[in-house]
Design a protein around this ligand. Structure first.
Ligand code: NAD
Length: 293
C-alpha cells in the first residue's frame, strides 16, 4: 500500500519503520530535512511538500506535536485536505483535542475524504516494538479502513466512538501518565533516601499495589529500566513541553464540562517548572531530578 506519513519525530520514525517492515511504500514529509533523511535510510521515499505527498497516496498518517500544527498541516492551501485525492483516508495520530478533531473531520467530508483521530499510547518503546494502543474516533467505515494500517504499528486498535472520541480517551490517559510520573518519582526518591536500592524498590512496587506503567516500563529513576530515557540522560521519549500541552488540553476539555481536575492542574505546574528551568525538551521522567536535589 502507498502510505504518506507526516511528522518524523520520536514517535513518527519508529512508526514509519514498522509500516515499511509490513511491506508498505511510505512517502514521508517533515519540516526537518534531517528527520526525512533518517526515514529515507530506513527505506522511505522523501517528498518535498505536503501537497506533493497528498497527491501521491491513498492513506495519510500524521504524527505532529500540537493541535495548531495539526490544523495548519491539514487545512492550509498547501495542506492535506485541499490536496488529497478524493477517497483518501487520513489518520491523525497526534495528540490533539476533541474539538479540533471534530472540525477537521467535518471539513474532510466536504472534500470526499475520510478523516479519523487515532492518538496513541505506549510511548517510544511501544512505537519501536509495534505494540501501540490506538484510540480511534470516527465513523465505523473509517475505523475499519484504518485497522490494517494501524495494526502494522500497534497491538490494540480500539474504536472509541464518533469523531473526537479518540482524543477524549487520550487526554484521560495522559493526565494519568502525568500524575503517575510525578508520584513514582516521589516514591523512588524517598526509597533511595531511606537506603533502598532503586532496582530492588522498583521490583517490589511492580509486584505490589503501587505498580503502574511508569513504575514498570518507564521508571524515572536512572538505571532501573535499561534503554529507557531515564537511563539515557532523559533524551528521546516524551518531552515535558508535550506533556504540558496534553495536560492543558485535558484542563481545557474539563473546563467545558465543569469537571474538576485538581491533580492534573498541580501536575501541569511541576512540568511547567521543568520547562521554565530549560528542560522542556527533556523526557517527562526528568522530573525525578526535582526530587533528587
Ligand atoms: P516530536 O517533537 O519528536 O516530533 C514531531 C515532528 O513533527 C518533528 O519531527 C517536527 O519536525 C515535525 N513537524 C512539526 N511541525 C511540522 C509541520 N508543520 N510539518 C511537518 N512536520 C512538522 O514529537 P513526538 O514525541 O514524536 O510526538 C508527536 C505526537 O505524538 C505529539 O502529539 C505527542 O503528544 C504524541 N505522543 C508522543 C508520545 C511520546 O512518547 N513521545 C507518546 C504518545 C503520543
Amino acid at each position: 500500500m502507498d502510505i504518506g506519513f507526516i511528522g518524523l519525530g520520536n514517535m513518527g520514525i519508529p512508526m514509519v519503520r514498522n509500516l515499511l517492515v509490513a511491506g508498505n511504500q511510505v512517502h514521508v514529509f517533515d519540516m526537518s530535512d534531517k528527520a526525512i533523511s533518517e526515514a529515507v535510510e530506513y527505506g522511505a521515499v522523501a517528498t518535498s511538500s505536503i501537497s506533493e505527498l497528498a497527491k501521491k497516496v491513498d492513506v495519510i498518517v500524521s504524527m505532529l506535536p500540537t493541535p495548531a500544527i495539526v490544523k495548519e498541516v491539514m487545512v492550509s492551501p498547501e495542506g492535506v485536505i485541499p490536496n488529497a485525492r478524493e477517497g483518501t483516508l487520513v489518520i491523525d495520530c497526534s495528540t490533539s483535542d476533541p474539538k479540533t478533531a471534530v472540525q477537521l473531520e467535518a471539513l474532510a467530508v466536504t472534500r470526499g475524504l475520510n478523516l479519523i483521530d487515532a492518538p496513541v499510547s505506549g510511548g517510544v518503546p511501544g512505537a519501536k516494538a509495534g505494540t501501540l494502543t490506538f484510540m480511534v474516533g470516527g465513523t465505523e467505515a473509517g475505523f475499519l479502513a484504518a485497522k490494517p494500517v494501524l495494526t502494522a504499528m500497534g497491538q490494540n486498535v480500539v474504536h472509541c466512538g464518533p469523531p473526537g472520541s479518540g482524543q477524549a480517551a487520550k487526554l484521560c490517559n495522559n493526565l494519568l501518565l502525568g500524575v503517575s510520573t510525578i508520584a513514582v518519582s516521589e516514591s523512588m526518591c524517598l526509597g533511595v533516601r531511606l537506603g533502598l536500592d532503586p532496582s530492588v524498590l522498583a521490583n517490589i512496587i511492580n509486584s505490589s499495589s503501587g505498580r503502574c506503567w511508569v513504575s514498570e516500563v518507564y521508571n524515572p529513576y536512572p538505571g532501573v529500566v535499561s534503554g529507557s530515557p531515564a537511563s539515557n540522560d532523559f533524551l528521546g521519549g516524551f518531552a515535558c513541553d508535550l506533556m504540558i500541552k496534553d495536560l492543558s488540553l485535558a484542563l481545557d476539555a474539563a473546563h467545558g464540562v465543569h469537571q474538576p481536575l485538581p491533580m492534573t492542574a498541580a501536575s501541569k505546574q511541576f512540568f511547567q517548572i521543568m520547562s521554565h528551568q530549560g528542560n522542556g525538551a527533556k523526557d517527562i521522567t526528568a522530573i525525578v531530578r526535582m526530587f533528587q536535589q
